[in-house]
Design a protein around this ligand. Structure first.
Ligand code: AR6
Length: 231
C-alpha cells in the first residue's frame, strides 16, 4: 500500500520519464537531420475546391522562385494518400522545371506525424487555415490544432485574431505542445488561401483571375514566413 509521499514520488518519476522521452524525440529529430524544413499541404485544393491543375502550376512556380533564396533549407509538399492527384501533378511539373530534388520534395503522410511515423524532420509546418484562425472544421486545420493541443490555440491568439485571403501568420509553438516534443515542430505557419466553395466565407464565385492571384500571394507569404524563421 503506497502512502501519499510514495505516490508523489512515483508521479514525479513518471513525469520525468515523459519529459526525457519528449527531449529524446526532439533531440533525435534535430541531431539526425538539422536541415531547416517546411512541410506544407496544398492550400485551398480540398475543402476550398480550387482547381488542381491551376494550383499545381502555382505551387511549382512559387517553389522554384523561393527554393534558391532559402540557402540549405528544404520545402516539402505533403498529402495524406499515395494516390493524391495534387502530389502527382506537382511532381511532374517540378521535374519538367528541373527543380532541385534535394531542396523540394513531395511526401505522403499525415503532416502531424511526419517524424514519428515517416522519419522526416520538419521544424516548420504550414496549416491551410480558416479566416478566424479557429481550431476544428475538418481537413488539415482540424488535424494540426488537435495534434498540437491547446498550446497552439493560445499562441495563435497572441499573434493574430483573423487572416485575410492570401496572408500567412507565423506562430512559434510552445515546447509544451506534443507537436513540438514528439515531432520536433517549432513553428506553425497558418495560411489562408482563396475559396471556391460557395458554402465557405470569401467565396470567389469561380473568379480564377482573382483566385490565382490570391493563391500566389498565399504561397509567397508562407515561404517568406519560413525564410524569416530560417534567417
Ligand atoms: N496531413 C497532410 N495533408 C492533409 C491532412 C493531413 N493531416 N489533412 C488534409 N490534408 P484542406 P483547404 C490535405 O481541406 O482546401 C478547413 O476546414 C488535403 O488532402 O485541409 O485550404 C479550414 O478550417 C489537401 O490536399 O484545406 C478551412 O475552412 C490539403 O491538405 C478550409 O478547410 C488542403 O485541404 C481550408 O480548405
Amino acid at each position: 500500500c503506497k502512502g501519499p509521499e510514495d505516490i508523489a514520488r512515483t508521479a514525479s518519476k513518471e513525469e520525468k520519464e515523459v519529459e526525457d522521452l519528449a527531449l529524446s524525440y526532439a533531440d533525435g529529430c534535430s541531431s539526425s537531420d538539422n536541415i531547416p524544413t517546411l512541410a506544407f499541404p496544398s492550400i485551398s485544393t480540398a475543402d476550398f475546391q480550387f482547381d488542381l491543375e491551376k494550383a499545381a502550376d502555382i505551387i511549382v512556380e512559387k517553389v522554384s522562385e523561393f527554393v534558391t533564396k532559402l540557402g540549405n533549407a528544404r520545402l516539402v509538399l505533403v498529402d495524406l494518400s499515395s494516390g493524391s492527384k495534387i502530389l502527382s501533378l506537382v511532381r511532374a511539373k517540378a521535374k519538367q522545371k528541373n527543380i532541385d530534388s534535394d531542396k523540394f520534395l513531395t511526401f505522403v503522410g499525415d503532416i502531424t506525424r511526419l517524424y514519428s511515423k515517416g522519419g522526416l524532420c520538419c521544424n516548420v509546418i504550414a496549416n491551410a487555415a480558416n479566416w478566424r484562425l479557429k481550431a476544428g472544421g475538418g481537413g488539415v486545420n482540424a488535424a494540426i490544432f488537435s495534434a498540437a493541443g491547446p498550446a497552439l490555440e493560445i499562441a495563435t491568439k497572441e499573434r493574430a485574431g483573423s487572416l485575410t485571403p492570401g496572408k500567412a501568420v507565423v506562430v512559434p509553438l510552445p515546447s509544451t505542445s506534443p507537436l513540438f516534443s514528439r515531432e520536433g515542430v517549432t513553428h506553425v505557419i497558418h495560411v489562408l488561401g482563396p475559396n471556391m466553395n460557395p458554402q465557405r466565407p470569401n467565396f470567389l464565385n469561380n473568379d480564377y483571375i482573382k483566385g490565382c492571384k490570391v493563391l500566389r500571394e498565399a504561397y509567397s507569404s508562407l515561404f517568406e514566413g519560413f525564410a524569416f524563421i530560417v534567417r
